[in-house]
Design a protein around this ligand. Structure first.
Ligand code: ATP
Ligand code: MG
Length: 222
């Protein structure tokens, strides 16, 4: 089964009358259960590609299929439901809700779907990520790396079948990077979660089964 497929995917940003071609026609296929590192220089289009695959931004041209579903043929509401049922997303800039504690931030996706044992699940995950002493802190009361781990917990608490992570360890020291990557690797090994992870870190890429490179909005060698 194919988890993620893009066809001639293009994104042009318009900025002060100029056009920036962030993606120039990406054809990418990722099999179910794969764990893929997405590497490439700053500005090469990694975040743009992940946002399109995650249905968070709209392509200028081309298609994205997630588990065979042409996601941009869905209306906004259906896309939101599809995304919530299938995809976990870790943003480069984590976007936690500032008014809520770490625990509440992690519980939010669970509550939407009325899962039972919501609080225990969220607490266990925060504990695994070394944050049991920070569950009642709000984002502004946590370090950058702590916030990043809360955002990771939020993205995986629903056990998505596809995880898209944009530099999930960008603010972490090597010990916490190892903790996070071991959790992700476990999810990939034991639950067959398909993953694509943008990173500048070779150690992170080495946890993955496949490494793809972006350069100037195009796929380079694997
Ligand atoms: N909203 C936007 N408007 C205009 N240009 C943008 C916008 N977002 C991104 N860009 C441009 O598109 C290109 C790709 O950006 P993108 O964020 O995808 O790069 P990246 O590979 O994720 O970089 P980094 O490693 O620094 O996170 C860059 O040249 C960037 O300046
Ligand atoms: Mg980026």
């Amino acid at each position: 089964m194919i988890a993620i497929k893009t066809e001639n995917l293009k994104k042009i940003y318009k900025f002060e009358g100029a056009e920036i071609e962030a993606l120039k026609g990406i054809d990418l296929t990722i099999e179910e259960g794969d764990m893929v590192a997405l590497m490439g220089p700053s500005g090469s289009g990694k975040s743009t590609l992940l946002h399109l695959i995650g249905g968070i931004d709209i392509p200028t041209e081309g298609k994205v299929y997630i588990k065979g579903e042409d996601i941009f043929s869905l209306n906004e509401k259906k896309l939101a439901v599809f995304r919530n049922n299938n995809i976990g997303f870790v943003f480069q800039f984590h976007y936690l809700l500032p008014e809520f504690t770490a625990l509440e931030n992690v519980m939010i996706p669970l509550q939407i779907y009325n899962k039972r044992d919501v609080e225990k699940k969220a607490k266990d995950l925060l504990d695994k990520l070394g944050l049991s002493h920070r569950i009642f802190h709000k984002p502004s009361q946590m370090s950058g790396g702590e916030q990043q781990r809360v955002a990771i917990a939020r993205a995986i608490v629903n056990q998505p079948s596809i995880l898209i992570a944009d530099e999930p360890t960008g603010n972490l020291d090597s010990k916490n990077t190892e903790t996070v990557m071991n959790i992700l690797k476990d999810m990939n090994d034991n639950n067959n979660v398909t993953m694509i992870i943008a990173t500048h870190d070779k150690d992170v890429a080495n946890y993955c089964k496949r490494i793809i490179y972006l350069k100037d909005g195009m796929l380079a060698e694997e």
